[in-house]
Design a protein. Structure first.
Length: 113
């Protein structure tokens, strides 16, 4: 299976220097994560001092990266070599449990001549 390079993913609806030759449809990657009790305690301690709560920042970044990677896998399985219109969405499913969705349009692009 071909992998899609991160440079071939854009929030725009076109990729500069390339033309879309095929639109393959929506591609998505979804991950549902919860905070551990240890993480909650550590983050609770961090909130006492104010500022960045690095434990939650790390958890959020990992969830986004996993959703992004799953989206790229899905797009590659569809036959895409790029993703346009890329977005993230997140929803709290229940207290302490969050769904992170990465989605976009899987496309085949060719370099402009």
């Amino acid at each position: 299976m071909t992998t899609i390079e991160q440079s071939m993913v854009t929030t725009a609806f076109g990729l500069e220097g390339y033309r879309v030759t095929r639109n393959l449809g929506v591609t998505k990657g979804i991950i549902v994560r919860s905070r551990s009790i240890i993480g909650n305690i550590g983050a609770g301690i961090q909130t006492l001092f104010g500022g960045n709560i690095s434990l939650f920042t790390t958890l959020c970044e990992q969830a986004r990266q996993q959703a992004f990677d799953l989206m790229l896998e899905h797009a590659a399985q569809m036959g895409a070599n790029a993703v346009i219109g890329f977005r993230y969405d997140a929803t709290e499913v229940m207290g302490g449990v969050t769904e992170v969705l990465a989605y976009g349009t899987a496309v085949v692009v060719e370099k402009n001549s």
